[in-house]
Design a protein around this ligand. Structure first.
Ligand SMILES: Nc1ncnc2c1ncn2[C@@H]1O[C@H](COP(=O)(O)OP(=O)(O)OP(=O)(O)O)[C@@H](O)[C@H]1O
Length: 762
């Protein structure tokens, strides 16, 4: 018996070796072709450089264009040389004989008679799939780009709906060497022949091989094993809003990243305006940053944490749940509008204006100034852009006092007199000094600082925030640095204040204008300045496509901030309401709908959990039932046979957690994450000192989107009690492990005899 098994294994090994060498031959051909292409690109560059010596403007322009194209080509080839061939499909004859632009047959369904009555068939076409497309000299496809239509069956085909695909193969290679192959049969009932030999099948499929691999601190692309339901999202047409929901580990982040690469491939010109990916934390940005370069795309895609969306400000602080709730809620918008206007009166705003014009002393008193300010502030226009208007109103009031208005009946003379009056006044230092103090140019940071004064904030937030909220918000704003919620407030303030009105560059050079500042008084110019300010703001922040990851966590104020970056964009929004750390799920959904406007939505649901083994997913589902009764957990695609471990605090919490982390480090090859309540995250880092860089400590909110080979979740009750959304945050914490999970319970967790905490019991 043993001898027979040995013989079978040997046979399988030699079959595998033979298939590896088949793929090696193909990879060698591809490399030879790539080298030729590199030579071509280099020749083009040299040739183009020579043309430059001709020196006519036309030849120079042509040279530049050629050098640019050849440079881009070379760059892509060099960058994508590593491990770029990863897949192959063997296909039946198609319904018609049409070929697409990539040289592959386009039919999705097999031709009639492609499968013979005795369930045998011949392979009519073999396609290799890779990170870029490569054609041979005769324009036949050597490698199909994974994003091309011809590659879709590689991802879409399933045994239930195989289309033309008989066998799907994932090829593992490193540089120029093929290391392994894994096959999935899409038509297992079929006996298929390739060049007269029966099609061999190697391994148990690539997905399981990929999922079992140890995790590092950076995410890998999934280009070789994208599943059919994921591929539908990745290739969904970029109209309006593509809305994707799915539980933990269903590949939402991975899908979002691959979709960015797909969209660029589909329509590079359209997305030249940039793709913005908004991520919840800098940790998740760092974790996912490598995926797009590995897919050959980076330049046009910006991955930014929600706390880094405003230039010149970076979130480094955390707010308590109650403070976060006040700062993030829609009510804060009203407070900010009041603060932006109220901040004009800070710093002992002057209460009287005195100038001398046409040889007379003119004065405006406090009540008159107050009336002018109110008048100037009417409406919702940006405060900084209203300064020219306020100045004009001041001059009107002074003019009225001067009695100059009735002096001429001839309109031309009257206008001339008025203009020389304005010149006279604005020439005076006292007027300019007054204006700077009475209508200062406000910055978002200055307004936020002004809100740190509790009494003042209380005034601006009257009947909007309650006194407790006012106290907490004001106190939090007195710290040095910003929280994620402050960043959204800064961005809102930027919109409320507007970019300050600046004289045009050319005009700044005009000495006369420098002296009088006259141009700001002219209504026509005032208008163009506003337009310019708006245009500049738009240039800074707008994108052609916006992808929001972990969208369930955006507060209403954050939705407004992100919305401003995609006013004309198409959107991909991915999230999971069951993982929301925002306390009011309905309020956030409303804000999301407002940001996305009336654009039509296309909804997708991802249903399979690729991260957690069934043993861990089952435990997490118990918390899901408490956090969101009635919702369904995604089904785990694999099981490891290793049950979660429950333990209680022994000597001390620190010692217990340290021992458990060390235990897991011994059991897995990759990373270990220790997830604690936010208030413990600093001490937790100390508990792990000296255990090496495979283990990290994280606050529960920092764990968003990340994953580790193994995790230690410390005191579920502490995590759950920390905020109104605590149970959902705990659900996130419990779903981070790809292999093993240990739960450490303290007293508060009320563990049973087996150490299982109250919250996780059946
Ligand atoms: N088709 C696939 N092939 C291989 N691995 C996959 C596939 N889909 C997802 N994965 C892996 O599953 C894990 C979870 O993916 P991802 O982080 O994108 O899920 P998510 O839905 O964003 O999870 P969460 O909501 O918890 O943040 C990752 O390790 C990812 O590489």
């Amino acid at each position: 018996m043993a001898a027979q098994a040995q013989q079978e294994t040997a046979l399988e090994d030699s079959l595998r070796d033979r298939e590896i060498s088949v793929e090696q031959e193909h990879l060698d051909r591809v490399y030879r072709r790539l080298e030729e292409k590199i030579h071509e690109a280099e020749f083009l560059m040299n040739d183009a450089a020579k043309r430059g010596q001709v020196g006519t403007p036309g030849a120079l322009a042509e040279r530049d264009a050629q050098v640019f194209r050849a440079g881009v080509h070379l760059n892509r080839l060099n960058n994508e040389f590593e491990d770029f061939l990863f897949g192959r499909i063997d296909l039946l004859l198609g319904k018609d004989g049409k070929k697409g632009p990539d040289g592959a047959y386009t039919a999705v369904e097999p031709a009639e008679g492609a499968v013979r009555e005795d369930n045998t068939a011949d392979i009519a076409e073999t396609l290799h799939i890779g990170r870029i497309g490569v054609l041979d000299q005769d324009y036949a496809p050597l490698v199909i780009d994974w994003r091309a239509p011809a590659a879709a069956p590689f991802y879409r085909s399933t045994p239930v709906d195989p289309g033309r695909v008989v066998r799907r193969r994932v090829i593992r290679s490193k540089g120029r060497r093929v290391l392994g192959v894994e096959d999935d049969l899409m038509r297992p009932e079929l006996k298929a022949f390739l060049h007269g030999h029966e099609l061999p099948v190697i391994g148990d499929g690539a997905l399981m091989a990929a999922l079992g691999q140890a995790r590092s601190h950076t995410m890998r692309d999934i280009v070789a094993s994208i599943q059919a339901e994921q591929d539908l999202v990745i290739r969904a047409p970029a109209a309006s809003v593509t809305y994707v929901e799915g539980g933990p580990g269903t590949g939402k982040t991975a899908v979002a990243l691959h979709r960015a690469a797909y969209l660029l491939y589909q329509d590079r010109r359209r997305y030249a305006g940039g793709i913005l990916i908004v991520s919840p934390t800098p940790l998740l940005v760092a974790y996912t940053e490598g995926v797009l370069p590995s897919l050959g795309e980076e330049g046009q895609v910006a991955i930014r944490a929600i706390g880094s969306l405003v230039d010149g400000a970076e979130a480094t602080l955390y707010d308590s749940p109650a403070t976060a709730r006040a700062k993030g809620s829609h009510r804060m918008l009203k407070v900010l509008r009041k603060a932006a206007r109220g901040a004009l009166e800070l710093n002992d705003s002057p209460t009287r204006l005195r100038v001398v014009a046409f040889g007379r002393r003119l004065e405006l008193e406090a009540d008159e100034l107050e009336r002018i300010r109110r008048n100037a502030l009417g409406g919702t226009a940006p405060v900084n852009l209203l300064r020219p208007r306020a100045r004009k109103l001041l001059l009107d009031a002074l003019w009225a006092k001067s009695g100059g208005a009735g002096r001429h009946t001839d309109p031309e003379l009257a206008a001339e007199l008025r203009s020389s009056f304005d010149e006279d006044v604005t020439f005076e230092d006292s007027f300019l000094t007054f204006l700077d103090a009475w209508w200062p140019e406000l910055t978002p940071k200055a307004v936020l600082e002004a809100m740190a004064d509790e009494r003042r904030l209380g005034r601006w937030a009257r009947r909007i925030l309650n006194p407790g909220e006012v106290r907490k918000v004001a106190r939090s704003l007195r710290r040095v640095g910003f929280s994620v919620h402050d960043i959204a407030m800064l961005d809102e303030l930027q919109a409320i204040l507007g970019a300050p009105a600046r004289p045009k560059k050319k005009r700044e050079l005009d000495p006369l204008d420098q002296l009088t500042g006259l141009e700001e008084l002219m209504p026509v110019r005032e208008e163009s300045q506003r337009e310019r300010a708006e245009r500049l703001a738009a240039e800074r922040t707008e994108y052609a496509h916006v992808i929001v990851d972990e969208a369930q966590d955006l507060t209403p104020m954050q939705w407004r901030m992100v919305g401003r970056r995609g006013r004309h964009a198409t959107w991909t929004v991915v999230g999971d309401p069951a993982q929301s750390s925002w306390s009011d799920v309905d309020e956030a959904a409303e804000a999301r709908d407002e940001a996305l406007g009336t654009r039509p939505r296309r909804r997708f649901q991802l249903t399979v959990n690729y991260r957690n083994p069934a043993e861990i997913a089952e435990l997490a589902a118990r918390v899901l039932a408490l956090a969101m009764p009635g919702s369904t957990a995604p089904s785990a695609v694999r099981s490891t046979g290793v049950e979660p471990r429950f333990t209680v605090v022994r000597d001390s919490l620190a010692q217990t957690v340290r021992e458990e982390a060390a235990r897991l480090l011994d059991r897995v090859d990759g990373t270990v994450g220790v997830v604690v309540a936010m208030q413990r995250r600093e001490e937790a880092a100390k508990w792990l000192a000296g255990l090496g860089d495979r283990v990290v400590a994280l606050g529960s909110l920092e764990a968003k989107g990340l994953e580790y080979d193994a995790t230690v979740v410390v005191s579920p009750a502490e995590i759950a009690d920390e905020s109104p959304a605590g149970l959902r945050v705990l659900y996130v914490a419990l779903t981070r492990a790809t292999q093993q999970l240990t739960v450490v319970s303290g007293e508060r967790d009320e563990p049973d005899a087996a150490g299982v905490p109250d919250l996780l019991r059946d």
